[in-house]
Design a protein around this ligand. Structure first.
Ligand code: ZN
Length: 168
């Protein structure tokens, strides 16, 4: 890849992740774990964007990745999303990594790693497992600081405060 191509790709990638971050912020404001994702087609256009909706929809499968895969496939009128890239603020879980393979996503780019549930690098490597019939290219760490800070802020404010013992 030439230098200007690398630069153009970086700008495009940061733009997509910035949009995913906006979705994550909106989800967090609605009481959801702040995770957002976007789907980018082969031409570089964002064709779907969503934040986590698990709480609002009472749906354990309503992760941002699942929502953008559904929206993108419906929009393209196709069951597969070959040539599309998925950007997500948090490393995908096993369910979403499985769906990414089913959708034939070309590349998954995530922000923060998830040492507790990540299935692209941290706990499993489902998205590019050579035993499966499709492998998505995986890149982690794009805007990882911003993506991770959003999550840690969210969990800090939700964690119950420790009771202060005034009398012993
Ligand atoms: Zn997931």
């Amino acid at each position: 890849m030439r230098n200007d191509e690398i630069e153009r790709e970086a700008v495009r990638g940061n733009g997509a992740m910035a949009r995913a971050l906006d979705e994550a912020v909106a989800a967090g404001a609605a009481g959801e774990v702040p995770v957002g994702g976007v789907l980018v087609d082969g031409a570089g256009d964002i064709i779907a964007a969503a934040g986590n909706r698990v709480e609002r929809d009472h749906d354990p499968t309503a992760h941002a990745e699942m929502l953008v895969l559904r929206e993108g496939a419906a929009r393209l009128g196709a069951k597969r999303l070959a040539g599309c890239d998925l950007y997500v603020t948090l490393e995908p879980c096993p369910m979403c990594a499985g769906a990414i393979v089913q959708a034939r996503i070309a590349r998954v780019v995530y922000g923060a790693a998830d040492p507790k549930a990540g299935a692209c690098d941290s706990l499993y490597r489902l998205a590019d497992d050579p035993r499966l019939n499709h492998r998505a290219e995986v890149r982690g760490g794009l805007l990882a600081v911003e993506c991770g800070a959003l999550l840690s802020q969210f969990f800090q404010t939700r964690r119950p405060k420790r009771e202060v013992i005034t009398q012993l």
